[in-house]
Design a binder for this molecule. Structure first.
Ligand SMILES: [Zn+2]
Length: 256
């Protein structure tokens, strides 16, 4: 297969998976089934036909509005589809047609759903994080980073945040980090191993402080305005899952 056709196939798969991830991100926080009923307009409830439901294309063709009720359809839907396709391409270009690519694509898909649910509802559904921990560990039995690194990553990732959450609760008397964040970081550790889970924390803290700084500087938030940390963990883990290995080698080599 020519290289462009391979990439086009990856893009198509990414767009379709992204479309499914939208369904998951919308329905899981509402405790709805992700298989039935068929997709509907969230304003008027009309069932979408296949041509209302083509990734990105339908949204552009309908100029971001429902065909029937003309209510706006969030730009988050096509954005999730495009980002999913983009991340799948980066994974494919980095790891090639391998099982590792497949594992990283599954991992990235989970992270994209968690990013959206945490941003919109401040929820990191257990139905994703808990099986994610198991799947990540099982994959690591025969894929990088190997089961030892995965197990350490799982325990250190989850345990580290658990300690911070506990300390924060004792000092401030309120919950700063939820158990969802703890389970998410355990899942990240299970998939990526201890080195990349630490790198994820570095990325997440950096982008989190940056976003917090921007919010405070623009007067739209203060220190009490709780940014959902899970969204930053998801972004950090996506970076770690794609470009993490060379950065981790440099980063940990730097501190030896
Ligand atoms: Zn409608």
């Amino acid at each position: 297969m020519p290289a462009w056709l391979e990439l086009l196939t990856v893009v198509m798969i990414g767009l379709c998976v992204g479309s499914f991830l939208n369904v998951c991100a919308y329905r899981l926080p509402l405790d709805e089934s992700i298989v039935s009923p068929r997709s509907r307009c969230t304003s008027c409830g009309r069932t979408l036909t296949w041509f209302d439901n083509l990734p990105v294309l339908s949204w552009v063709a309908l100029r971001g509005r429902c065909r029937t009720c003309k209510q706006p359809v969030s730009w988050m839907y096509p954005a999730v589809e495009i980002v999913t396709a983009l991340i799948f391409v980066i994974i494919y270009l980095t790891y090639g047609p391998t099982l590792l690519s497949l594992a990283r694509a599954v991992f990235a898909s989970a992270l994209i759903v968690l990013f959206v649910t945490d941003l919109q509802h401040k929820i990191l559904p257990n139905v994703i994080t808990l099986p994610g921990i198991v799947v990540g560990f099982v994959c690591s039995l025969f894929l990088p980073p190997g089961w030892v690194s995965s197990l350490i990553g799982l325990v250190v990732g989850g345990g580290f945040l658990l300690a911070i959450a506990e300390a924060y609760y004792r000092v401030r008397g309120q919950e700063g980090l939820g158990m969802g964040d703890v389970k998410l970081l355990a899942m990240i550790g299970a998939f990526l191993g201890w080195k990349l889970v630490l790198l994820t924390l570095v990325f997440a803290s950096f982008t989190g402080s940056l976003a917090g700084g921007v919010l405070i500087a623009s007067g739209r938030g203060n220190m009490k305005y709780a940014l959902p940390f899970g969204t930053f963990l998801a972004v950090g883990a996506l970076l770690a899952a794609t470009w993490g290995e060379p950065i981790a080698d440099w980063y940990f080599g730097f501190y030896q």
